[in-house]
Design a protein around this ligand. Sequence first.
Ligand SMILES: Cc1cc2nc3c(=O)[nH]c(=O)nc-3n(C[C@H](O)[C@H](O)[C@H](O)COP(=O)(O)OP(=O)(O)OC[C@H]3O[C@@H](n4cnc5c(N)ncnc54)[C@H](O)[C@@H]3O)c2cc1C
Length: 405
Amino acid sequence: MEFKYNQRTSELLDQIQRFMQEHIYPIEKEIYEFTHNPDNLWVVPPQIEELKAKAHSMGLWNLFLPHEYEPYSPGLTNLEYAPLAEAMGRVGWASEVFNCSAPDTGNMEVLARYGTEEHKKQWLEPLLAGKIRSSYLMTEPQVASSDATNVETSIVREGDEFVINGRKWWSSCVFDPRNKIYILMGKTDPDASRHTQQSMILIPAGTEGVKIVRPLKVMNDLHSPHGHAELKLTNVRVPVDNLLLGEGRGFEIAQGRLGPGRIHHCMRLVGAADRALEIMCRRVEDRVAFGKKLSEQSSIRQDIAKSRCDIEQARLLTLWAADRLDKEGNVAAKDAIGMIKIVIPRMVQEVADRAMQVHGGMGICQDTPLPEIWTYGRLVRFADGPDEVHMSQLAKLTIKQVMES
Ligand SMILES: Cc1cc2nc3c(=O)[nH]c(=O)nc-3n(C[C@H](O)[C@H](O)[C@H](O)COP(=O)(O)OP(=O)(O)OC[C@H]3O[C@@H](n4cnc5c(N)ncnc54)[C@H](O)[C@@H]3O)c2cc1C
């Protein structure tokens, strides 16, 4: 594995870092205040669209989409994208400015890989242009959805239409006023074999029968403007052409979608942890207690050293997983993807926690991004599958690899 970034990656990284310095960090506080003002609930800060136009014109756009999706892709590998996503991950909302944010990235990949020409024209192209947003509806409140075979939402064919009934929650981005399309996973044949009961179908936002029950808060934060919704779907009708890939192929699509989604979260999380460490270092050089700078206390130095080691290890593991994904594909690299999904969110929580601690009371209020960084680590320990499920699958795979060696 090559440890040095190639020329293209280095140039793009330099451009993104400069973009962050010039346009993102200076308005971080302003965006926080806007999105946390109740008068602006579900309103997109106007600066976001302005910055998107700027990033787009500079070619810093859709960098997440791997080269195999050309002509839609700008042509990078996952390994080349990793440091760029890391740079974006230093500020929670920055990836959207480069059209590289979840859940759209995963949804775009699904449409690019499994959509028909019509789906691509209608939904993929506006998503790639950053004109609309999207949601992914898999998790359900009444069943343990970490086992996706449990989902109960029914998709029943009636003539030229499918009729959908069920409940969903944690549907991220539903509240975003620009959202136009949902990808839903449900069951077309509950009597088929365990992994061929499910299908995925496209539901345009605003379709009759889709009711938003309530927004869900993440650690008491609504995550406006995109939010996370609980939804009830009652006799929702869509044309049969809205089905992706074919009946019974939903599980197959889910596997394809979640691998890249997980790795993108991990890449951004490494950047978030690195930012936390930087904030921590600046604080301890600046603060004096009991006659000494905090940076002179040995326990604080240990915390900084541990954090540095944790981040560097996590970064290397993520680059290795990205390289495996590029060279071996989603299925063969699933052990590597499982490893980063287990390691990185916890690492972020620990680093952010240490950084919060050195700030005293300031560490848990809105004056630094540290609580948001901690929360990002915490939530990814559920999103795209909880830790335990990844550990269970990794252990099974490891035993199998040993037994076959
Ligand atoms: C902020 C956020 C955003 C999200 N966005 C989306 C989205 O856009 N679309 C979407 O569909 N979903 C989304 N999710 C949902 C997420 O993917 C699920 O919460 C996750 O898959 C777990 O499913 P569950 O909540 O039903 O937990 P359950 O399946 O009920 O699991 C609960 C707990 O049981 C334990 N457990 C489960 N299986 C095992 C096992 N094999 N061994 C040991 N312990 C186990 C784990 O501790 C687990 O956390 C989001 C979640 C969050 C928090």
